[in-house]
Ligand binder design. Structure first.
Ligand SMILES: Cc1cc2nc3c(=O)[nH]c(=O)nc-3n(C[C@H](O)[C@H](O)[C@H](O)COP(=O)(O)OP(=O)(O)OC[C@H]3O[C@@H](n4cnc5c(N)ncnc54)[C@H](O)[C@@H]3O)c2cc1C
Length: 419
């Protein structure tokens, strides 16, 4: 299922999904010594699992198979590193070889898993087949590509370090950037590139930026701050087609009839969980690969986490939910059953010109916003019809001071509901 970047539920207390029963500890302990625990994916999820596993056990064989080059980097930094003056090399923390040696594991870069055989507990990859004792799917999410008529040679998505390197290379000598998408990532790139001297135009379907997650008054305030640093807005609009110009640039024709000239176009319209391997293997899949509170999928030997997975809290393509699931997933891999404790964690939007943090209410939750003006910004609380706090959005530097108090309220309420 495709959903947009903004269409997220963040750590609210929702019904538990139908869960696979956790396997008994002794069953796990008996076979992990024979074949390796295999992790597919070397993003934050794959790496965190490998590191935590090695910390818990110095002997368990661990293999990471990854389609990319296996280098470690911080993905969130991709949308705010221009203004910080960081090069692509600055963003890379370690090569595949370096962390392979440091953790004493095997990392197979540039290796794509094509099929999982659950009966034989093997994986088919582009370089051959591979056995596993337990499997962790950490395959992430891919950028949604909307079909656009015309010449799309200047359109790119930035979802990993390779994309970003390509974007930076393409940008040399260019000035005008169009961003498709007015959500979190679109706004972050708009702030970063505009603050770095580029002419930025944002095209989006919303009436205001990040419309699905914040109320209008906050969206308008954020829009104004970004406008003040040079961002142009084409809202309640979308792309119709793109014409190539003789000088290599693009002419973007919008549904409204407006035309934008751009040297490069960043598509930031949303992400889609990478669930194909799980679906092919017959695992239960919703918005992501469904897992219980131990990180187990509907096959008790296969685990999943991160942007490809859907926990009892929903599909949450963010760092904090990964960190919250890792300890119990790793314990379960090693035979010790400890349920994950999910706490509310906000989405910090990287728009330094106007700081914003959001804890969205669950999709479809009924209620209304209450908005308070404070010094340089706004505090918006989303209450249910019964007066329960369900979410918030904090705009401006001062408003961020309220964050921990509001999170505490939300977390306390969660515990009360769970009791
Ligand atoms: C620009 C941007 C900014 C962001 N900013 C923030 C932020 O400020 N805060 C926040 O909390 N989150 C942010 N996020 C989201 C956050 O970065 C992700 O939630 C997190 O990095 C996901 O990690 P992952 O390991 O689950 O997936 P990924 O990092 O996508 O890793 C997936 C891995 O799986 C591998 N793979 C996929 N399919 C296969 C296959 N078939 N065979 C082998 N390997 C395969 C890939 O090669 C890759 O190594 C941002 C995301 C983006 C794109």
């Amino acid at each position: 299922m495709e959903i947009t970047q903004d269409d997220v539920q963040v750590a609210s207390h929702v019904e538990l999904i139908e869960q696979a029963q956790p396997i008994a500890a002794q069953d796990l302990k008996s076979d992990i010594t024979l074949k390796p625990i295999v992790i597919i994916g070397s993003g934050h999820s794959g790496y965190q699992v490998a590191a935590a596993l090695r910390k818990q056990s110095s002997t368990v064989p661990i293999t990471v198979i990854t389609a990319d080059n296996g280098a470690l980097y911080s993905k969130p930094a991709l949308s705010n590193s221009f203004a910080l003056g960081k090069s692509c090399d600055d963003l890379q923390n370690e090569s595949a070889l370096e962390w392979e040696q440091r953790l004493n594991i095997r990392v197979y870069p540039h290796t794509r898993v094509e099929k999982i055989d659950r009966n034989k507990q093997t994986l088919n990859t582009n370089i051959g087949s591979y056995e596993y004792s337990k499997l962790v799917l950490a395959t992430g999410a891919s950028a949604i590509k909307i079909p656009i008529a015309g010449d799309c040679s200047n359109v790119l998505s930035i979802n990993d370090l390779t994309d970003y390197r390509c974007f930076k290379n393409e940008l040399t000598g260019k000035k005008r950037i169009a961003i498709l998408g007015d959500g979190l990532i679109g706004c972050e790139f708009a702030n970063d590139l505009s603050a770095s001297g580029y002419d930025v135009s944002v095209i989006g379907l919303g009436k205001w930026p990040i419309e699905r997650l914040i109320p209008q008054i906050l969206g308008e305030r954020l829009k104004k701050s970004l406008t003040d640093i040079g961002v142009s807005w084409f809202l309640e609009d979308s792309i119709s087609h793109i014409d190539a110009e003789p000088d290599g640039s693009s002419q973007l024709h919008l549904q409204s009839g407006k035309v934008i000239e751009a040297d490069l176009v960043i598509s930031a319209v949303g992400l889609k969980a990478n669930t194909a391997l799980a679906e092919q293997a017959g695992l239960e899949v919703g918005r992501g690969i469904k897992v219980n509170d131990y990180g187990q999928t509907s096959d008790e030997t296969i685990f999943s986490l991160g942007d490809c997975a859907e926990t009892s809290q929903g599909w949450q393509p963010f760092i904090a939910p990964i960190n919250q699931l890792v300890p119990s997933l790793v314990s379960c891999l090693l035979g010790d059953l400890t349920k994950a404790i999910f706490t509310c964690s906000p989405v910090i939007v990287k728009t330094p010109i106007m700081p914003l943090s959001i804890y969205p209410a669950a999709v479809g939750a009924l209620g209304e916003w209450q908005i308070e003006q404070i010094e340089d910004g706004l505090t918006a609380r989303f209450y249910s019809v019964d007066g329960l706090l369900l979410g918030f959005a904090l705009l401006g530097k001062q408003a961020q001071i309220n964050r921990s108090h509001l999170l505490e309220q939300l977390n306390t309420k969660q515990l009360t509901v769970a009791e």
